[in-house]
Design a protein around this ligand. Structure first.
Ligand code: ZN
Length: 668
């Protein structure tokens, strides 16, 4: 048998219709060839050896850096108890035992890849694996994808390795920083995640900029001249100043000589935009309809399951010829009958298979309409259909072409410029702006010609107060923190900040920090964990490790150092916990003071930053023992250390050559 795993029960049912699998059982469908079952997305996750339920209470050492990451079942809403596996896991396991081959038809996303990979490994499936992308849920698409799957499993495996490294990095970082905060201020007080903190700071910085804003004025001088035909043309100075510089009014005044320095004409061609992906759709929906990005995702996802649009993923690739022909034959004529699209298209629109729209391979592509018309949809669904349809109409349209002429004048040692645009072809732009006109004619002048200043004027400018972040700006800025291939979770990160009560979004879609958000931003400001630059660093480090440009051992070393640094920074934050007791001189740099916090002693010299974790081999050093260690180099005998063999022993703590604590066993 062949087991097909879908992303949801609803999609499994659609697939069962397409494959004629009429037998319905508990948790799956079947015919004589296929079992069709489903996951609930997140069913299996990373864990670490020895991390049971009471781990948080029993283990006080920092940071936790396990060597291996076994998989475990995730908490489930469908199970009878909180720590019980999801019952669907047993269904899938049972089906896999009877199958020689599995077809992974889960969401064609990174998350879909990772969850499918984890699931098969957790269930020890050793047969043949095929990954298929269901670009849409039309019966024809499903039948083709499942019956003639292209063998792309090596691409899937490569991608999986990168996703696993990424997941492991996130897991390790988030586990340690959350434990550090929990031990400092209490469990679940400030849950945080590596990729969401910098987004919180984007909003914090914007709020600061609004508060501290003071307007700045500047001025750009202008002149007018007459061309050979007597027409008057205005030019603006290439400089912008706070104040007009001394001598300018002497040199540039009515009657002053002007020379034509250059006349340059170039043709500018802007290709039609690529198809929308989910991020672009979210930005458009926020911009035009004030829709919350998460809501947009859920609506788009629903429209995919209703077979109205193709999968709302991150690809912006084009269509293969056959799909474009199908669009022209089936969907396009229906669009022509809808008022909203007809008014966009005007009278002489016809779709072109442009370079922006083209693909040679049948792979995940940008979002397209798969069926029409607007019947049986909610208002919000119609808005999404409209945006997707408009995006398609733009993609299947020729470039926006115009001639731009730039005329440069010199007067009194200053440069003055004017640009003139002549539209050659409106192309796709007419779908967005029907007011585009050519600017007026280019002045009739020649290079080297002498003119005279007719009049002098100026354009005054005042900087505007920044406005609060809204869905569109926050999403756009947050997406730009990541490398292009690593943007899938940005909406989830924003959602996380809202659900944890750090960010508030008002009805106008404006974001502000809550009181709790302000506290977290205050605590983490200037910390490494909140650094926006580190996000891109790790995006590319993971990619390099997954493609063997960076040895995995080196990757692990820098990851461990990063996790240790960000954890120590939180543990030794005086904003989170007060340092206690008397301070001793740092054994490493010799002039910083070691400040003792709950779980760590850390040098306050920022260039040194030497630290000593207070927990060592199962014993937490008291502040008196830390003092002895730092002042006389050794503690007195302490009982209760746990040896590598698991047996308790007595010992003294001293410092090694790196000034880090080690335990010396004391013989009985
Ligand atoms: Zn020091």
């Amino acid at each position: 048998m062949i087991t097909v795993i879908a992303q949801s029960a609803r999609i499994a049912r659609t697939i069962s219709y397409a494959l004629g699998a009429d037998f319905e059982y508990n948790g799956y469908y079947a015919n004589e060839k296929y079992f069709i079952t489903w996951t609930y997305g997140h069913m299996v996750e990373l864990s670490a050896p020895g991390m049971g339920r009471d781990f948080w209470l029993s283990n006080q050492s920092f940071p936790i850096l396990p060597e291996s990451f076994p998989l475990t079942h995730a908490p489930s809403q469908h199970a009878s108890g909180r720590y019980m596996p999801d019952p669907q896991l047993a269904v899938i396991k049972h089906l896999l035992e009877k199958s020689r081959k599995v077809i992974l038809a889960t969401d064609p996303t990174e998350r879909g890849d990772l969850m499918a990979g984890y699931l098969l490994r957790f269930l020890n499936f050793e047969g043949k694996v095929v990954r298929v992308a269901l670009n849409d849920l039309m019966h024809e698409t499903i039948k083709n994808a499942i019956t003639y799957p292209s063998d792309n499993i090596s691409g899937f495996a490569d991608n999986l390795r990168q996703l696993e490294l990424y997941d492991r990095m996130d897991w390790l970082t988030n586990l340690n920083i959350n434990r550090a905060i929990a031990f400092s201020v209490g469990r679940n007080t400030y849950p945080v995640s590596r990729t969401s903190l910098p987004i919180l700071h984007l909003v914090a910085e914007r709020e600061k900029a609004i508060k501290e804003f003071s307007p700045k004025k500047s001025v750009i001088p202008t002149i007018t001249v007459r061309d050979s035909d007597g027409g008057v043309f205005s030019f603006r100075c290439s400089d912008e100043w706070d104040d007009i510089p001394e001598g300018f009014n002497e040199a540039v005044k009515a009657g002053a000589p002007v020379e034509v320095v250059s006349i340059e004409t170039e043709q500018v061609d802007t290709k039609s935009p690529k198809l929308l992906n989910i991020e672009e759709l979210q930005k458009m929906a926020a911009l035009h309809f004030g829709m919350d990005p998460l809501e947009t995702y859920l609506i788009a996802r629903g429209l995919y399951e209703k077979k109205r649009i193709s999968f709302p993923g991150s690809s912006r690739a084009g269509l293969i010829r056959r799909d474009f022909d199908d669009f022209k034959k089936d969907v396009y004529p229906a669009m022509c009958n809808a008022k909203c699209f007809k008014s966009l298209m005007g009278d002489n629109y016809s779709p072109y298979y442009t370079t922006s729209a083209k693909s040679l391979y049948n792979r995940p592509h940008g979002i397209v309409l798969t069926a029409f018309p607007f019947v049986g949809l909610s208002d919000d669904e119609r808005k999404i259909i409209y945006l997707v349809g408009r995006g398609m109409l733009a993609t299947f349209q020729r470039s926006f072409r115009r001639n731009v002429t730039k005329v440069t004048l010199a007067c009194g040692g200053y440069t003055f410029i004017a640009k003139y645009v002549k539209v050659v072809r409106t192309g796709w732009v007419r779908l967005f702006d029907d007011t585009i006109k050519s600017s007026r004619a280019v002045p009739n002048v020649e290079i080297g010609q002498s003119l005279t200043v007719e009049s002098v004027g100026e354009i005054g400018r005042t900087t505007k107060q920044p406005v609060p972040m809204v869905d569109f700006t926050l999403l756009k800025t947050a997406l730009s923190l990541h490398e292009p291939d690593c943007r899938e979770n940005v909406v989830k990160d924003i959602r996380y900040l809202r659900s944890r009560g750090y960010l508030h979004r008002n009805l106008a879609g404006e974001y502000s920090l809550t009181e709790k958000g302000q506290s977290l931003a205050y605590v983490t400001r200037d910390m490494k964990i909140a650094s926006a630059d580190d996000i891109k660093f790790w995006d590319s480090a993971v990619y390099q490790a997954a493609t063997d440009q960076l040895p995995e051992s080196v990757f692990n070393d820098i990851l461990h150092k990063y996790v240790t640094d960000v954890t120590n920074e939180l543990l030794a934050s005086h904003k989170l916990s007060k340092p206690m007791g008397v301070e001793e001189v740092c054994p490493k740099c010799g002039h910083g003071k070691m400040r003792i916090f709950g779980k760590i002693a850390k040098c306050n010299n920022p260039e040194c930053g030497h630290y000593i974790h207070r927990q060592i081999q199962g014993v937490t050093l008291s502040s008196r023992e830390i003092h002895n260690l730092l002042s006389i180099g050794s503690t007195s005998t302490i009982r209760g250390f746990i040896g590598a063999d698991g047996k308790p022993f007595a010992g003294k703590v001293t410092l090694d050559d790196n000034h880090s604590p080690i335990v010396i066993q004391v013989s009985k």
